[in-house]
Design a protein around this ligand. Structure first.
Ligand code: PXL
Length: 281
């Protein structure tokens, strides 16, 4: 069997462990070829650093897509995240139309904000565009802040508790056509994880783990990368969510013990072995 291939459309931030610096090693460890399509090149991510550099790659993206098309490349998943400009929304929509085969999973992480705040480089027009782009997804992976933006409600007005999280994923499912994995969803104070609606089965379920009492940057990207890898390996949505929840918890636990500052992201590198599969020759 040939190695599955994923097109990963995210920024490359040199320091701070997020986006492509997370997606490439995680997908590789899972035995998947990751083909990066960088939306921007930054010195660091935008959460917790001042004076970061930002090189917008918008003009490069259609050229890369055209070259890949000329090579006849096919992808088992198209996985998008942080975008660098409003124009990139239509470019990613075109990319999906061009490269989506019968077995291609479109995983769209509608990266826009966290903790009730929109990221510094995101404009209201970009947030509206992200909601439009997310309509093309098979699976979306919003956090609570992004869920509020997609639903067009204030963050503080989101329905609360386990019942609230169920309501959010069902409202975001486009009448059951799109799978939704809400991250940072908690059913009890000592637990955290995700709430997922699976469009294939019509079922909603919570996937929870012990909460690590510290937050780290980039855990949404670690989560969505493991989820994408597991879906490409043909896991069911709940099983893929379980793998992502458990890996993020293991990384957060280790990073908290090591006393790493939040903005440096989770120390996932020593734990990549948890994601590898036995090799059959
Ligand atoms: O983890 C989301 C993310 C991705 N890329 C960049 C970011 C952020 C969040 O702040 O700044 C550049």
């Amino acid at each position: 069997m040939s190695t599955p291939r994923v097109a990963a459309i995210h920024d490359m931030s040199g320091f701070g462990r997020c986006s492509l610096t997370v997606a490439i090693p995680i997908l590789s460890a899972m035995g998947i070829q990751c083909c990066p399509l960088p939306t921007a090149f930054l010195s660091t991510h935008t959460g917790g650093f001042e004076g970061f550099t930002f090189l917008d790659m918008t003009d490069e993206l259609p050229k890369v897509a055209a070259h890949w098309k000329s090579l006849g490349l096919e992808f088992q998943a198209v996985y998008s995240g942080f975008l660098g400009s409003e124009r990139q929304i239509a470019i990613v929509e075109d990319f999906l139309r061009e490269f989506r085969g019968a077995d291609t999973a479109a995983v769209i992480d509608p990266v826009m904000g966290d903790h009730g705040e929109v990221y510094q480089t995101y404009t209201p027009a970009m947030c509206a565009g992200m909601a439009r782009l997310a309509e093309l997804a098979d699976v979306i992976t919003p956090n609570l802040t992004e869920a509020a933006l997609l639903l067009g409600v204030p963050y503080d007005a989101l329905p609360a508790g386990e019942a609230g999280c169920r309501e959010i994923v069902e409202r975001l499912s486009l009448d059951g056509r799109r799978s939704v994995v809400l991250t940072g969803a908690s059913t009890a104070p000592e637990l955290t994880g995700a709430m997922c609606f699976d469009a294939k089965t019509g079922r909603t379920e919570a996937v929870q783990t012990r909460r690590v009492p510290q937050e780290f940057h980039g855990t949404g990207d670690v989560f969505a990368s493991v989820l994408t890898g597991a879906l490409v390996q043909d896991a069911s949505l709940p099983d893929a969510v379980r793998q992502a929840v458990d890996f993020v918890r293991a990384c957060a636990e280790r990073t908290a013990k090591a006393g790493i500052p939040m903005r440096e992201g989770v120390e996932f590198e020593p734990l990549l072995g948890l994601l590898t599969q036995p090799v059959d020759e």
